[in-house]
Ligand binder design. Structure first.
Ligand code: GLU
Length: 295
């Protein structure tokens, strides 16, 4: 089997305990399948990019023994590809004049990621006198089978989401001109030939949007595995905003063992990096078998 996996961090801060769990899971999955493991720096949202953090993340991965295969891909250099994909979507895309406030004021409810669900204001044309701000993708109405996306997640099991009720017409190009994460990730996973996506469960909600885009663009849907996301004491996903700190690299074994333990893998016996990687590969396979058996 050809296996191409990837780790795709956003360079918005340091590699912390949460991103390490996603990196470790995708790295191990690629290694136990004899596959390639690519690194893509997701700096598509240039407004949030923190200078130096991509280099910091890369250095941390290397220090921990997670060396990627091939050249690093930077999303900020791939805007032409996102533009082409958007053009290929043709009539599925519409210009939207709504501000965040206007969408929030329409009280259509909140999507699972906390963003207000788009009320459909501009989907049949811009209201008179309004200028376009963002580009959105038209999602089929509730009840239309095309709106209901189902997939099998290798960790979580069966997942289904009605795009219309869960998210509504979603943004492809933002009002500030940046391409959205959803479009960029779909274009890049396909362009890099990614066959297996392994990432944190905070992105589980995004996967149906990505599968829908793949269907419209005629792209192959990769296999997905979402590992549990690490949260802080308040149950918030770890990020710079919620107080995540850089991994202490004084002892490189300990952060790896902690990340492995979070995923239910017993690697405490390992006394060296080589032993850790051997044990971790065995443990990853054991955890996957358990998940398949629904435990
Ligand atoms: N760039 C995303 C993040 O850092 C991950 C994207 C992905 O794995 O699909 O949260």
């Amino acid at each position: 089997m050809t296996y191409i996996g990837r780790f795709a961090p956003s360079p918005t801060g340091v590699l912390h305990a949460g991103s390490l769990v996603a990196a470790l899971a995708s790295f191990l999955d690629a290694r136990v399948h004899g596959g390639r493991w690519l690194l893509r720096i997701e700096d598509v949202d240039e407004a949030r990019t923190v200078p130096g953090s991509a280099q910091d993340i890369m250095q941390t991965l290397q220090l921990l023994g997670m060396q990627w295969d091939g050249e690093v891909v930077w999303q900020s250099q791939r805007k032409a590809l996102y533009q082409q994909a958007c053009e290929r979507l043709g009539d599925h895309v519409f210009a939207c004049a709504c501000s965040r406030r206007e969408i929030a004021d329409s009280h259509t409810g909140l999507a699972s990621d906390g963003a207000p669900i788009y009320p459909g204001t501009c989907r049949h044309g811009l209201p008179a006198g309004r200028a376009p701000r963002a580009l959105r993708l038209r999602v089929p109405p509730t009840g239309d089978p095309a709106a209901c996306i189902r997939f099998h997640d290798r960790w979580v099991g069966e997942v289904s989401q009605d795009l219309s009720t869960a998210v509504g017409d979603f943004v492809l190009r933002r009002a500030d001109g940046y391409w959205s994460y959803q479009l960029a990730v779909v274009v890049d996973d396909a362009a890099q030939g990614v066959t297996h996506v392994v990432r944190g469960a905070d992105l589980l909600d995004s996967t149906p949007r990505q599968i829908f885009l793949q269907q419209l663009l005629g792209l192959t849907t990769p296999s997905y595995l979402h590992v549990p996301a690490v949260t802080n004491a308040r149950g918030e996903k770890l990020s710079k905003q919620t107080g995540a700190v850089a991994i202490d690299l004084g002892d490189t074994l300990q952060p790896l063992q902690r990340a492995a333990a979070f995923l239910g893998m017993a690697t405490d016996e390992a006394a060296s990096a080589a032993q850790f990687w051997r044990l971790a590969a065995q443990e990853w396979e054991r955890r996957l078998r358990q998940r398949e058996q629904g435990q």
